[in-house]
Design a protein around this ligand. Sequence first.
Ligand code: MSP
Length: 501
Amino acid sequence: MSFYITTPIYYVNAQPHLGHAYTTIAVDVLARHMRQRGADVFFLTGTDEHGEPVADAARAQGVEPKELADRNAAQFQSLMPRLEASNDFFIRTSDDRHKRRVQQVLERVYDNGHVYRGVYEGWYCPRCADFKVENEILEGNRCPIHEIELTRESEENWFFRLSTFQQPLERLYEERRDFVMPGRHYNEARAFIDSGLQDVSLSRARLNWGVTVPWDPTHVFYVWFDALLNYYTALGYARPGEDLTERFWPATYHVIGKDILKFHTVFWPALLMAANLPVPRHVFVHGFLLGADGRKMSKSLGNVLDPFEVIEQYGTDALRFYLMRDVAFGSDGAVGMDSVRSRYDAELANEYGNLASRTVAMIRRYRDGAAPAVGTDPALAAEFEGLAERVAELLDRAEATQALELIWQRVRRLNRYVEERAPWQLARDPGSAAALDQTLASLAEGVRALSVLLHPYMPASTARLLEAIGSPDTGYEGAAFAALGGGASVGELPPLFPKRA
Ligand code: MSP
């Protein structure tokens, strides 16, 4: 089974921040999970380098756009390993190989009769690089996203006949209720389509930082079309000497934030139809991370959570866990350093970390570091029954927070199990040796199975734990709680999530 998943490509006019880290981590969790299940996975991320915002930022700094793009793209590229992102490729839209393929696809759209020349006049947001339609503009002609004043602009453009895709899009939405997920965003996209589609600018005349329009070299393509096509162009050259398009197109999931819904759920499928290409299976829309005060994060409000500070203080796995756990994936949610700290202390250090340490320490102390190879506790096993399947079902729908919650209930269950069975008491009574064996085998097996399930969320710590308990395999077959536990030799395990002062 092939599984192609993408993040949006990030604008290079800003430094990497929490929003970028969030989308990347979520996609990485899904990609790693599908790899565990043996899927043929391709995970794409990258940078969106053309357009007015980058050209403007470069001008303000007195450098060429390419220089600014190179500098900032390098920052995004180095972000990936810091997040433990397992992306298979990093695309940059200033790459000639991308540009050539953009031209080929859009030339086909032109040849298919979906492009014409006309004059565009409208309200334009330079930060969005987007013209706004009347019903989305805020009072005082301000941008609904940036709240800055829009400018009235008119120019001669090439237009994409979006309006002729009204019915094909209606049909797509009718036939595929899961085209956009979660449901409320499906409704939002559908309402936008139902309100009547207008043609959109495909090119810009006054900009030269972009992909040249092949049939009119005085224009460059409007950056959103160039950017959206990254999902397609990358497959053509990501692996030298190989074209991955057949193998991975169309994408299984484009994961995006809700601010870029219209482009991905309306323009994008229409453009693909115009180019005779299959449309993606799903667009998954996540919410916004808000400041701890519930307001949009902004430097001036001082409510920004800095991902690098979290990584420095708590580690990458803690950041990944926190973001997937504290904000329901698909909804908005407030985040802040205080809640990072309390999740870390209460859940990572005291629940999972402690469970791991106790299990390892008890096996070493009471059984000389060999997990007893005896049957596990059937009552406990019953509580794990079907867990791996349910987690897989949830993650098939990108429900990353719910899947994590199901796993976490079992982490808590195992901690209660330790208390119920009190192995330290069993160890004092030679007549309880079999009960102690069963307890330790069950704990070892429980911790192992849960760590396999948690691996996509916290790849480094779970790998350390699995290594220490002698079962380094992270494949999904190992996610089930087995009847026979133990057998492996258990080594030392320094605290996974050290308690902090
Ligand atoms: N370049 C476009 C995407 C083109 S895709 C063909 C873009 N880039 S972006 O850098 O501005 O944003 C990238 C992603 O980060 C978006 O999905 C956006 O929703 C997400 N986030 C940016 N700030 C965010 C939060 N505060 N919270 C959650 N995600 C947000 O848009």
